[in-house]
Design a protein around this ligand. Sequence first.
Ligand code: UDX
Ligand code: UDX
Ligand code: ADP
Length: 466
Amino acid sequence: LPNKIKNICCIGAGYVGGPTMAVIAQKCPEIKVTVVDINVQRIADWNDESLDNLPIYEPGLKEVVLEARGRNLFFSTNVDNAINEAEMVFISVNTPTKKYGVGKGMAADLKYVELCARNIAKVSTSDKIVVEKSTLPVRTAESIKTILDAEGKDIQFKVLSNPEFLAEGTAIDDLHNGDRVLIGGDQDEDGLNAIQCLIDIYSHWLPRERIITTNVWSSELSKLTANAFLAQRVSSINAISALCEQTGANVDEIANAIGADSRIGSKFLKASVGFGGSCFQKDILNLVYIARSYGLEEVADYWEQVIKLNDYQKRRFAEKIVQNLFNTVNGKKIAILGWAFKKDTNDTRESAAIYVADYLLNEQAELVVYDPKVKAEQIYADLDYLNTRSEEQNKHLVTVVRDAYEAMGDTHAVAILTEWDEFKSYDWEKVYNGMKKPAFVFDGRNIIDKQQIEDIGFKSYNLGRE
Ligand code: UDX
Ligand code: UDX
Ligand code: ADP
């Protein structure tokens, strides 16, 4: 097995593979890092001269790519070549929730991972360390290893688990200065050597004590557990937000008060219209599926409740809009501010905005959407994907605009669904003057000063406040 890494190949140039490899290349100039993808357009975008068309938006990413691209960071569609050249191959492809067959709607679909493993097995002519970067169910490494070895070639493969903990919108910061890196591997001599190769890479910029090593299964399960715990905190505070609205307590005051307890901690206690993103729901569903498959019904039910509460929160917010608008939004124009699942990203996967919009469209509302980073095609694609109504109807009922004031003009209500900073600094007096009266603001992120906008004349609804 290799003990010095000179060439890395990463299969998958997405939200995880792209930024992670860009930072490894930046910090390890002596290692050639090649990121490959079967999606030709994606690779072309990563190679785009201007750097303004990178396929994903992340603060600071442009600078990192500018520094390393063409030096020791390359984006290519020549998958086989890059695999063969590398001593270490990362698998960073998507693992969406299965949409068919056994485990439909619950289990992770591992077909892309398996295809990668088969491809690595087929084209390799030298020993390789294969690193799982994608989030995978426990014991996937075993399947990968079986597939790798099945070609019966006289070469060795060692599989490591190295889950990614970066959050979108802060990916570069998280990569540069992560709380920890986790590496799982076999605890035999070859396994420990492979782990050391990966430690050597991360040690270029992270202190050794932040690099945690475990066995493979602990590493795989830690990733699911971390996301389940984080999502659980959001569902927990969101559950309390509903109670606050009935009792006169204020959810932000509660978050502040409980967060001061060092055993609880202050992060991830922001009440919201519901968590989104490609990870939380998928990973919890996966955890629930695994628990059930081992007959652990109580464990499965416990974690499943986190998802149910999140669905409830999205529905509850949409219901509040309709109720407040005198129980009908039929033919009423409503502005949707924010479509991304959180600020500072153009990613919309599982965004609460999609579900709130769908609910309002079922009630025959007309929506005008503004998001600073999400393209119109994406917004229509997200709605069409639900299959609730025809593409023509979505086109007819939803308008996407590039200017927030234009979005809010002549509407009955504004619904804030993403916590973009720019929303806070709008001239809300001007917005008010341009709207139908009574003018409503539904703040699904509690980012606007309630007192200030009520003084202007708005009627406002906030999560977790009377
Ligand atoms: C608790 C709260 O901590 C305290 O703030 C509140 O004022 C009263 O209730 P207490 O019940 O005295 O205090 O003890 P605590 O240390 O919280 O432990 C409660 C139970 O949880 C114990 O049985 C403890 O063994 C258990 N526990 C705690 C665990 O099983 N695992 C843990 O990681 C922590
Ligand atoms: C998450 C994990 O944080 C990261 O470690 C993992 O690698 C991938 O999944 P990400 O989905 O990118 O990252 O974003 P995150 O910041 O965790 O937010 C997830 C969702 O929770 C967002 O919709 C966000 O708005 C919501 N959220 C987060 C809240 O509603 N309240 C909070 O207090 C925190
Ligand atoms: P993530 O958030 O996990 O990074 P993305 O969907 O953003 O997920 O990125 C995954 C990428 O992996 C996609 O660009 C997809 O084209 C690529 N991919 C999937 N399967 C393969 C494969 N067999 N070979 C190369 N690239 C692949």
